[in-house]
Design a protein. Structure first.
Length: 461
């Protein structure tokens, strides 16, 4: 076999391949064997039809087509290896010559991973939010915990803000009660904003057995988006009672004996959360600065596929679960389809560029992924997917996605290397040291995943 490679642009090549006919022998034998199993000829046992009879009955062309289809992947792979290129996606193959008994010639055009030069990134500087937990933050956290331990008791008075009312609802559009417009014994906290617009004003001031009618735009159901006349009847009114903020509450709501200990723990947890957010912010901003430093040619076919993948995932997975279509989603977002496609393209370009740069850094820094790092990443991905680690690991193995997980961890390590070399300061001018962050690798992997999305830039040979 002879092959040559022609660079069409920085991200695409054309391979020209010539194969002597004798190198098709194994594929021709396989083609005759396959056809033998599929056809019957009177006078011959199945599987025992001579090649010359198959040629006469079914045509030599059919045999050659089967043999070429079988042989092309092998010769294409040999040409790729000989040219030492990294193809992305499937090639566009064109058979230019097929002379029976003499020669098979074909071309294969394919996108390739572009050559990237990683410049010195040690001069990157970013500013992140300072980790500051105020007394107000602590009080709000404790108050939220207090809300969880609230109790209710029936009262014989008019409903007011914060009360829990039990209500019956009936919605009419154009004077007709909707099939799905009736609900009974609905529990609702006045002021929570969890039901229809206008309901708070309607029920406030009503006692048990009180009734009111108001107009509201329906947020779902058979008449979604239409104005409905809603009748609400209050059947019970209950006041919410919050426990006293004292040591007894601390013992009820936590493992601590005193309210001061509970508040100290709340402060510590809030600090940890803000430190995690700070680390994530640092990684995202360092990544943005790194992307500005590197020129990356963009493979057009790969970009088109990535845009389509992101659009498909949004329409058929994320929006489908919420009961929305793309038109309704864009209406809610206040975007045109052109704006949506422009944003999707920008996100896809950033995702591909991020993968290319970090993969090159993995090679440059000779970063390996240990079994422990991969296992820890698998556990986190399993938790976020709602599956057990065993179920997730089995699904990953069955779908051949282990290399994808290894790539995610490796890119996280590459980003962590850049973050450690960068200068990170907070809004108070204090230098932020992330080197002792135990979760640095995982937060870096998450930062990368947030940019690259679900699609993976794969190399096919």
């Amino acid at each position: 076999m002879k092959s040559a490679v022609e660079t069409l642009n920085p991200t695409r090549v054309r391979l020209t391949v010539e194969v002597p006919f004798e190198e098709l022998k194994d594929s021709l034998d396989a083609a005759y064997k396959k056809i033998n199993q599929q056809v019957t000829v009177k006078g011959f046992r199945k599987g025992k039809i001579p090649a010359r009879v198959i040629d006469q009955r079914f045509g030599r062309g059919a045999v050659l087509e089967e043999a070429v289809n079988d042989a092309l992947p092998k010769f294409y792979t040999e040409a790729v290896n000989e040219a030492d290129v990294n193809p992305l996606g499937q090639p566009e193959v064109d058979i230019t010559e097929l002379k029976d008994g003499e020669l098979l010639a074909f071309t294969a055009e394919v996108d390739i991973r572009p050559a990237i030069e990683i410049p010195d990134y040690s001069g990157i500087e970013v500013t992140v939010d300072a980790v500051e937990v105020t007394d107000e933050d602590v009080e709000k956290s404790v108050e939220q915990l207090r809300e969880r331990f609230a109790s209710t008791s029936p009262v014989e008075r008019a409903a007011q803000d914060g009360d829990v009312v039990t209500i019956d609802l009936e919605a009419k559009v154009d004077g007709e009660v909707l099939p799905d417009g009736v609900a009974s014994d609905v529990s609702y906290t006045i002021g929570s904003g969890e039901l229809l617009d206008g309901i708070d004003e309607a029920v406030k001031g009503l006692e048990a057995d009180g009734e009111a009618t108001f107009t509201s735009q329906l947020k779902g159901g058979s008449a979604e988006g239409k104005d409905a006349e809603v009748t609400v009847k209050v059947t019970t009114v209950a006041a919410r009672e919050l426990p006293e903020l004292d040591d007894e509450f601390a013992q009820l709501a936590s493992e601590f004996d005193t309210l001061d200990e509970l508040k100290a723990d709340s402060r510590k947890r809030l600090e940890n959360m803000k430190q995690f957010d700070q680390a994530t912010q640092a990684q995202e901003r360092v990544l943005d600065e790194l992307l500005k430093l590197v020129e990356v040619p963009m493979p057009e076919k790969l970009l088109e596929d990535e845009i389509n993948t992101r659009k498909h995932n949004l329409e058929h997975h994320q929006l489908g679960q919420m009961g929305l279509d793309l038109v309704k989603y864009l209406e809610i977002q206040g975007k045109t389809e052109e704006e949506f496609l422009a944003e999707t393209k920008e996100q896809a370009e950033k995702g591909i560029k991020t993968q290319f740069i970090l993969d090159e850094l993995v090679n440059k820094e000779k970063l390996d992924v240990s079994r422990e790092e991969l296992t820890e990443h698998l556990f986190r991905r399993a938790a976020s997917s709602g599956m057990s680690p065993d179920q997730f690991a089995q699904a990953v193995a069955q779908q051949g996605q282990v290399p994808m997980l290894v790539g995610e961890v490796a890119r996280g390590k590459a980003l962590a290397v850049v973050v450690e070399a960068a200068k990170v300061v907070d809004t108070n001018g204090e230098v932020v040291d992330l080197s002792d962050d135990e979760d640095e690798l995982e937060t870096a992997a998450e930062a990368v995943e947030a940019v690259t999305g679900e699609a993976e830039v794969s190399e096919d040979k």
